[in-house]
Design a binder for this molecule. Structure first.
Ligand code: GLC
Length: 527
């Protein structure tokens, strides 16, 4: 193997800028706030920070509606603040990743204002406009991810435009060469400014079937599921032309040393891995979200890991995600007792982990009082069980007013247990989730088997998930009890020489014997 690159060895940490740290007392996080907390991230032991969108935006979808791809929203600061953050990150050896949103812009973007101005506009074709159906209704049956039709009628120019999210997020037309060139220029703008890579928003949606046929009905749709799931996205997602667009993005990235492209892609494994590209011309990391909805069961997880490992192309580097700003918190999905086990899994599997802010404190979903709901998806589809605000609440830094996040009431409420579940309270407590996460991250640095080694299943019974990581002579064994009852693991012979080096908080590290006993919810790492 050639020397692993930083994004292969390293760990990515997602910052949701609105909720990380507020430096100017407006209740909203900002770039100077992130800069002020970089030492926390260094101490934690991560390698790269990915910032959710910080570009000028009307904030209809909290920055995923971009009104200028080459600027900074004044709520987050200025380009000078961005440069200061970049320099401070790089000075500490941290990489800095931005969020690139190619599928749609804001309806306030000057391009869209021009496009909607008239059918003859030079930028008309930069967006997706279609005539009404014969009955005057939308051109086809496509649905928005946020509920309702994906088409919005524009009275002035007498056509519908496509939006698979909010109507304030019109979709860009990647079949238009000028639009494509303008978007690739936006990527270059940030690469020139020293950005180390991009997470690319809803990448698998960026191009649609040229004829816009109806999507077929989903036979598995049931009441209670979201509108979008009524149909199978056969013609609105994951189209063959995607490969060529990604290759163009990759060519831009490859023009700079060691830049990384990470694609947001919610697809089954066989389709997901196609986004590595056939000849190294895909994204470096198609985000693997399969842990987000995996059944929390040893056999199911072992199968998932083996399926994913087995599906990767020869030079495809794996990656794993346990949480993000769109999905329920891991501590709520698996429960507080299993949250450390889940963290141990994330940080010991083979491949680049992405850690979502606050998961290192074990924060759970935060119930949001109805009058404080801000998530546009939840406001449009109030009946769906989950509201994204629940995982976007401010980082609790300490037990002072507003948790040290802000000097005023933050835009979303804090986690109710913020007075005790915060960075300051956990930092020096050896039994905290934060200390545990920090130690895991240190172990990844000191044990190449964990950061770059191969992965091998270890056979186990019942509720234990066990595997080996191996690099040269170094072998590490990870055993995770996914249940709340005691379990044992028959240790393989080669593991007899290993010693326990880390266990989940509150558990005894002095385990020995074979079979290896595991307390309820205990994870253990032998090296
Ligand atoms: C992605 C983002 C999500 C956003 C959507 C539309 O899924 O992660 O937050 O609402 O794209 O841009």
């Amino acid at each position: 193997m050639t020397e692993p690159l930083w994004w292969q060895k390293g760990v990515i940490y997602q910052v949701y800028p609105r909720s990380f740290n507020d430096s100017n007392g407006d209740g909203i996080g900002d770039l100077a706030g992130v800069t002020a907390r970089l030492d926390y991230l260094v101490d934690l032991g991560i390698d790269a920070v990915w910032l959710s969108p910080i570009f000028p935006s009307p904030m209809a979808d909290f920055g995923y509606d971009v009104a200028d791809y080459c600027g900074i929203d004044p709520r987050f600061g200025t380009l000078a603040d961005f440069d200061a953050l970049r320099d401070a990150a790089h000075a500490r050896g941290l990489k800095l990743l931005l969020d690139f949103v190619p599928n749609h812009s804001s309806s306030e973007h000057p391009w869209f204002l021009e496009s909607r101005g008239s059918r003859a506009s030079r930028k008309r074709d930069w967006y997706i406009w279609r005539d009404a159906a014969a009955d005057g209704g939308p051109p086809n049956n496509w649905q928005s991810f946020f509920g309702g039709s994906a088409w919005q009628w524009d009275e002035t120019s007498g056509q519908y435009y496509l939006h698979q999210f909010l109507k304030e997020q019109p979709e860009l037309n990647w079949r238009n060469p000028d639009l494509r060139a303008a978007m690739l220029d936006a990527m270059r703008f940030w690469f020139e400014r020293g950005v180390d890579g991009f997470r690319i928003d809803v990448l698998w949606l960026a191009i649609k079937h040229p004829d816009f046929p109806d999507n077929p009905a989903n036979p598995e749709w049931r009441a209670g599921m979201q509108d979008i799931d009524r149909l199978l996205p056969v013609h609105s997602a994951d189209q063959p032309e995607m490969a060529e667009i990604i290759a163009a993005m990759r060519e831009v990235a490859d023009g700079y040393p060691e830049r990384v492209l990470i694609g947001e892609i919610y697809l089954p494994i066989p389709r997901l891995v196609a986004y590595y590209g056939e000849t190294g011309n895909g994204v470096h990391l198609p985000f693997n979200f399969h842990l987000l909805d995996a059944r929390w069961d040893a056999a199911a997880l072992a199968r998932l890991i083996a399926d994913y490992e087995g599906a990767l192309p020869a030079d495809g580097w794996p990656n794993w995600v346990l949480g993000n700003h769109d999905k329920p918190r891991v501590a709520s999905r698996v429960g507080p007792d299993q949250a450390p086990v889940a963290m141990m899994l994330l940080l010991t599997l083979r491949g680049t982990p992405t850690l979502y802010q606050g998961d290192e404190l074990g924060i759970a979903n935060v119930q949001i009082p109805p009058d404080r709901v801000r998530d546009p998806q939840a406001l449009r589809e109030p009946d769906t069980a989950f509201n994204r605000d629940e995982v976007r609440t401010p980082m609790p830094w300490d037990a002072s007013a507003h948790a040290g996040f802000s000097t005023v009431e933050p835009w979303l409420p804090l986690n109710p247990d913020w007075a005790t579940r915060n960075v300051m309270a956990q930092r020096d407590d050896p039994d905290s989730m934060l200390s545990f996460t920090r130690t895991l991250l240190q172990l990844r640095r000191t044990h190449p088997a964990l950061s770059v080694g191969s992965w091998h299943a270890v056979s186990s019974d019942g509720a234990v998930l066990a595997y080996e990581r191996r690099h040269g002579e170094e072998r590490v064994l990870v055993a995770l009890n996914l249940s709340d009852s005691p379990q044992t693991l028959a240790l393989p012979d080669w593991a007899a020489a290993l010693a326990p080096v880390l266990t989940t908080p509150g558990h005894d590290l002095r385990v020995e014997g074979t079979p290896l006993p595991l307390a309820p919810n205990q994870g253990i790492l032998l090296a």
